[in-house]
Design a protein around this ligand. Structure first.
Ligand SMILES: [Mn+2]
Length: 246
């Protein structure tokens, strides 16, 4: 099996289309198919902030659930949207508000379909994916080596929100631990969640959230080729949203 892991989309549907075409996929009855049978893996945070979250939900659901031509793991934004659809009281900020506005413009019957589809996608998704064929693990915010194989609360929080301490810097951004620096494993860990200007490669870990929704790129990581493919964003560039690692 050959895979193309796709970074945080955040409603950037046009850039996702561009990326699929750049990767050699073809559009076939609403979805994208690779002529050599490559499998796209969406690594979470498919909605919020960007212009077309609902369309991205529909495409991902069709590819993953109906046609079984792609895989998906959830991100923290997916978790929050799921809790919104459950009827939980969640704060409509940090991007969820844009998805809710889009959702509310849909006809009632259409809302019901989108909600059911997304909830099914979320409920049927693993917390993270182990893909032995390409010696890789795909987890939204990454995963510590000792967590691999576990799905308890601590691991769930780590793969969704990352290596956070609960402390914040002066700009109100969470202070994050740098788990990748300590990773010693032989398997690839492919993740996103923290926007970086260029894919960040540390040992056998790679962060491919190149901040498409903040105006940089949408990035894929191909395995087993270990190849990075990016397309430029069409969104306004917001430099302050990017994290700079040492
Ligand atoms: Mn995230």
């Amino acid at each position: 099996m050959k895979i193309d892991v796709i970074g945080d989309i955040h409603g950037c549907l046009e850039e996702l289309h561009d990326l699929f075409y750049t990767l050699g996929y073809q559009k076939e009855t609403n979805i994208f198919i690779h002529p050599e049978g490559r499998i796209p893996v969406f690594l979470g945070d498919i909605t919020d902030r960007g212009p077309k979250s609902i369309e991205v939900i529909k495409l991902v659901c069709e590819m993953v659930l109906q046609r079984k031509k792609a895989k998906y793991v959830p991100g923290n934004h997916c978790n929050k949207l799921y809790r919104y659809f459950l009827g939980n009281r969640v704060q409509q900020k940090h991007g969820l508000e844009t998805t809710v506005v889009e959702y509310k413009t849909l006809a009632q019957s259409e809302q019901e379909i989108v909600k059911q589809q997304f909830m099914r996608l979320y409920e049927s998704a693993p917390l993270y994916l182990e893909i032995p064929e390409v010696n890789a693990i795909v987890a939204h915010a990454g995963i510590k080596e000792s967590f691999i194989g576990r799905t308890d609360k601590k691991v769930k929080s780590f793969v969704l929100y990352g290596d956070v301490s609960g402390k914040f810097d002066e700009d109100g951004r969470p202070i994050r631990g740098d788990w990748a620096k300590y990773y010693q494993g032989a398997r690839w860990i492919v993740y996103g969640h923290t926007p970086v200007l260029e894919p960040r490669l540390v040992k056998k870990t790679i962060n491919i959230d190149t901040g498409c929704v903040f105006g940089k790129d949408l990035t894929a990581f191909r395995l087993p080729e270990e190849q990075i493919v990016s397309v430029p964003s069409k969104q306004p560039f917001l430099e302050e949203k990017f994290t700079h690692f040492e």
